[in-house]
Design a protein around this ligand. Structure first.
Ligand code: ADP
Length: 426
C-alpha cells in the first residue's frame, strides 16, 4: 500500500519537527533527505513520508522546482494528501517562498483551494484574526523582525501571503474555528465562491488544530507549520500509539558528537563533563595548525567505547568561539570544525558505534552526508521536537541517530537520550 500523507518541508530541522508530530499522532513516518533519484523506486513502509528540502531561503524558482520534484515523488508513492511545511514564524519575503511554492503545488495538484496556518500553540505560535503571535508578542515585535534573511515586519498573514501570490487570500477566523469542522468547511466554501484561493486559518489551541485537521480531510493540499500535523492522522483512523515510534533494533557502541555552540548545548556538555564520563575536546586551532585531531579523537574514543558513551565536542562558550573566529575567520572555522567532526563520526561508526547523538544543525548536516544517510525512520521523542531515528548504513547495518539542533533539549539530554533507547529495547 502507498503512503497516506506526503509532506514537503522547506528545511531539515522543520522536517524532523513535523515527522515527530505525525509519529506522536500515530503514523509511522520516514524522513527523506532531499528527493530520492527517480531510479530508486523502493516501496515505502510508512504511513507518511516527509521530504526535507533546503528551500526556505533559496531563490523562489529553485524552491518551486525542488518542491515540484518532491511532489512528483510523493504522488508516485501514493500520497493521498500533500502537506507543505514551513516555519512557524512564516519565514519568507515578498518574493517567497511560501506563496510561490503553494501556488505551484496547487497548480500541479489541480486544486483551487488550500489553507495556511503556521500555528503551533505548544511552541507558543498562535494565529488570531490572521495575526501571528510568537509567545506573547506579535510576529512583527518579535526577534524575527531583525532576521538577516527573512525579516518579518508584518504580523498580518493575510497581507503577508497576499503579497506573495497571485491568488486572493481570505481568513477563517477563530469564531468559525471554535464552531467546529462543519463551520470551517462552510466558511471555506464561502471563500471559494468569493474567488479566494487560500485561507489563513486562526488557531490558538491544539483543539483548534484538531478541528481544522478534521475540516481539511480530503483537501488535496494543506500548508502549515508543524502544528497542523496533530490533527490529520485521525482522518485515516490513526490514533496515538507507541507502535508508531518503534525502530528496528540496534546494539553497538554509544557516542556523542557535538559541534553546536548554542547555550543549551553548552549546558548539556557541561553536565556531561561533570558526570565524569569520557570526553575529548576538539580545538579548531590545533586542527588548523595541522595536528591530526581526528586520529587523536578516535584513539581516545576507542579506549573508552567499551565502557559506555564517549563525547567528542568542539562546543565552547560564545567568547571562546569568537576568539577562534577572529583567528581563523568565522566561515573557515565553522567549515573546519564541521569537516573534522564529520570525519570523527565516520570513524566512530567504523569502530562499531551504532547509537549516535549529534548536536548542532550544521554539524548534523555534515555528519549525515559523510555517513551516506538518505532517509531516517522516526522513532520515540527524547525531548520536544527531537526524536531518535534509525538509518540504514550503506553496509546494511542499522544506526540509531538523533540530530539535535542548537537550542533543543534539556541539560541532561546526552544521558537521557541513551536511557530512552535502553527503555525502548526493554
Ligand atoms: P547550532 O545548531 O547550535 O547552531 P551548528 O552545528 O548549526 O550548531 O552550528 C555551529 C557552527 O559553529 C558550526 O559551523 C560549527 O562548525 C561551528 N563551531 C563549532 N565549534 C566551534 C568552535 N569551537 N570554534 C568555532 N566554530 C565552531
Amino acid at each position: 500500500m502507498g503512503i497516506r500523507l506526503g509532506c514537503i518541508a522547506d528545511d531539515f530541522t522543520g522536517a524532523t519537527d513535523l515527522a515527530n508530530n505525525l509519529v506522536r499522532a500515530g503514523m509511522r513516518v520516514v524522513q527523506l533527505i532531499d528527493v530520492p533519484p527517480s531510479e530508486s523506486e523502493q516501496e515505502m513502509d510508512a504511513d507518511a513520508v516527509v521530504i526535507a528540502l533546503k528551500s526556505r531561503t533559496a531563490p523562489a524558482a529553485d524552491a518551486v522546482e525542488a518542491s515540484l520534484r518532491a511532489l512528483a515523488w510523493l504522488r508516485s508513492h501514493g500520497a493521498e494528501q500533500v502537506y507543505f511545511k514551513y516555519c512557524s514564524t512564516f519565514d519568507s519575503t515578498p518574493a517567497g517562498n511560501i506563496g510561490p511554492v503553494t501556488e505551484a503545488l496547487m497548480d500541479a495538484l489541480g486544486t483551487d483551494f488550500t489553507v495556511a496556518t503556521p500555528a503551533f500553540p505548544d511552541n507558543g505560535r498562535t494565529v488570531f484574526k490572521g495575526h501571528l503571535f510568537v509567545g506573547d508578542v506579535l510576529l512583527s515585535d518579535s526577534g524575527m523582525r531583525h532576521h538577516p534573511l527573512t525579516p518579518m515586519t508584518d504580523s498580518n498573514l493575510v497581507s503577508v501571503l497576499g503579497a506573495q501570490t497571485t491568488r486572493a487570500v481570505g481568513l477563517v477566523d477563530h469564531t468559525v474555528v471554535a464552531d467546529g469542522p462543519e463551520a470551517i468547511r462552510g466558511r471555506i466554501n464561502a471563500l471559494r465562491e468569493d474567488g479566494r484561493g487560500i485561507a489563513v486559518v486562526d488557531a490558538v489551541s491544539n483543539d483548534d488544530l484538531m478541528r481544522l485537521g478534521t475540516a481539511v480531510k480530503g483537501l488535496p493540499l494543506v500548508t502549515a507549520g508543524s502544528g497542523l500535523a496533530i490533527g490529520l492522522p485521525a482522518n485515516w483512523g490513526f490514533t496515538p500509539s507507541p507502535a508508531a515510534a518503534q525502530l528496528p533494533p540496534s546494539g553497538g557502541h554509544r557516542a556523542i558528537v557535538s559541534g553546536s555552540v548554542s547555550e543549551a548545548t553548552n549546558r548539556q556538555v557541561l553536565q556531561y563533563l561533570r558526570s565524569g564520563r569520557p570526553a575529548f575536546s576538539v580545538d579548531p586551532l590545533r586542527v588548523a595548525a595541522g595536528e591530526d585531531v581526528v586520529e587523536q579523537a578516535l584513539a581516545f574514543a576507542e579506549s573508552h567505547l567499551d565502557d559506555g558513551p564517549v563525547l567528542v565536542y568542539s562546543t565552547e562558550s560564545a567568547d571562546t568561539v569568537r576568539t577562534v573566529q577572529g583567528r581563523l575567520g568565522a566561515a573557515e572555522a565553522g567549515e573546519l570544525v564541521e569537516r573534522t567532526l564529520a570525519r570523527v563520526a565516520q570513524g566512530l561508526v567504523e569502530r562499531g558505534v551504532r547509537r549516535l547523538v549529534v548536536a548542532g544543525g550544521e554539524t548534523s548536516g555534515a555528519v549525515v552526508r559523510v555517513l551516506g544517510i538518505t532517509g531516517l525512520r522516526i522513532g520515540p521523542q527524547i525531548d520536544p521536537g527531537v526524536p531518535w531515528c534509525a538509518a540504514a548504513l550503506p553496509g546494511g547495518d542499522t544506526l540509531h541517530i538523533t540530530l539535535k539542533s542548537g537550542n533543543f533539549g534539556g541539560p541532561d539530554f546526552f544521558t537521557t537520550s541513551f536511557a530512552l533507547l535502553d527503555e525502548e529495547a526493554g
